[in-house]
Design a protein around this ligand. Structure first.
Ligand code: 5GP
Ligand code: ZN
Length: 107
C-alpha cells in the first residue's frame, strides 16, 4: 500500500511521535489530538479496517488489544482511557489502515 500514510509512518518514511513499537505494531501521537493524550495504535501490516480483518489477523489483534492498557498506563492514563475504532466512511474512518484511538486525560 504505497499510498497509505500509516504504512509510510510504520516504515519511517513519514515521521511520527512514536510512544511504543515492536515487531507487530506501532503507537504514535495523533497529529490533531482530540484529548490531552491521543494516540493511534496501528498494525505494521496493512489492512484497511476492522471490516477487512481476517482469521489470520486474530493473534495480531489480540496482541494489540492487550497492549492498549500498557500503552495507556505509560502515557499517564492511570485513571482510565477511551478506545475507538472508526470503521468505514459511515463510521467516520478517514485513514484506511486499521488503527485504534487511545484517548484520555492524565490523572
Ligand atoms: P480516523 O478518522 O480514520 O479514525 O482517524 C484518523 C486519525 O489520524 C485522525 O485523528 C487524524 O488526526 C490522524 N492523522 C491523520 N494523518 C496523520 C498523520 O500524518 N500523522 C499522525 N500522527 N496522525 C494523523
Ligand atoms: Zn497502510
Amino acid at each position: 500500500m504505497s499510498d497509505c500514510i500509516f504504512c509510510k509512518i510504520a516504515a519511517k518514511e513519514i515521521p511520527s511521535s512514536a510512544v511504543y513499537e515492536d515487531e507487530n505494531m506501532l503507537c504514535f501521537k495523533d497529529i490533531n489530538p482530540a484529548a490531552p493524550v491521543h494516540l493511534l495504535l496501528i498494525p505494521k501490516v496493512h489492512f484497511d479496517s476492522l471490516a477487512h480483518a481476517e482469521a489470520g489477523h486474530e493473534t495480531l489483534l489480540g496482541k494489540m488489544m492487550l497492549k492498549v492498557p500498557q500503552i495507556a498506563r505509560e502515557a499517564g492514563l492511570s485513571n482510565g482511557f477511551k478506545t475507538l475504532i472508526n470503521t468505514g466512511k459511515g463510521g467516520g474512518q478517514e485513514v484506511f489502515h486499521l488503527h485504534i484511538h487511545i484517548m484520555g486525560t492524565p490523572a
